[in-house]
Design a protein around this ligand. Sequence first.
Ligand code: ARG
Length: 289
Amino acid sequence: MSVPSALTAGLWARDESSPRTPTRRHYLMCPPEYFTVEYSINPWMDPDTPVDTDLAMAQWRSLKAAYERLGHTVEVVEPQPGLPDMVFSANSATVIDGRVLGARFRAAERAAEAEHFRRWFSARGYRELIMPSRINEAEGDFAWTGELLLAGSGFRTDPEAHAEAQEALGVPVISLQLTDPRYYHLDTALFVLETGPQPQIAYYPQAFSAGSLKVLERLFPGAVLGSAADAECLGLNGVSDGRHVVLPLEATDLAGQLEKRGYEPVLLDVSELRKSGGGPKCCTMEIHT
Ligand code: ARG
């Protein structure tokens, strides 16, 4: 017997294409005032490719303006000369329930960034502030779903940093193994679309080991899967408020899939920042309060 679809939709599931409800977010960003590509610590970075710092700044400003237009709070950390990657603020702390777990970078070139961010939190009265003893590139490798902390390793964050994060933040951690050097941080291959009791994510399956992929399939059977083209423009480095999803301009496959599910893609040009292997999410630390 067939059941009227409007009835089943009402009783059993949301209408996938109806608009979703956003929630207000709190972000921490750092302007790319000293942005360059002068060393190479990931396959995207070629020090011989010229970088236009003014263009990077213009792209960063439109990202910040997009968040503000959507009603989110954006705070800013003072950029520092000699730290060209400081624009990627997501790498400098993981903040959950007001508890701050700082960063410890793998590359010597980025090591000093961690202390600038630690001071920012300390000056603003964050009392529960822990600095990790293991290599920990923060939201580059940690994604909070509101229930679980998805944690990547393979290229940057030490697997032991996952257990350290679980202790420091008091949240359950799910360890995931990255296998493709182009997707060196978890946030280059996965992002959280929807937080809360029924979280949802988008990811690029080919970036994960076979076992980790099974874990993701088990936890998120309805996840949005990015295509190779989406991954190649760092389209999986998105930022979602539950409805609006900020993505690189070129992530058109992903944008189409998200629209069908009731999300509103906000496409931005971040081409200059991509020369360093970063996209919208890398430039955006979320302060989960
Ligand atoms: N050039 C930077 C690095 O390789 C880019 C970091 C991008 N950030 C991120 N959250 N994935 O460390």
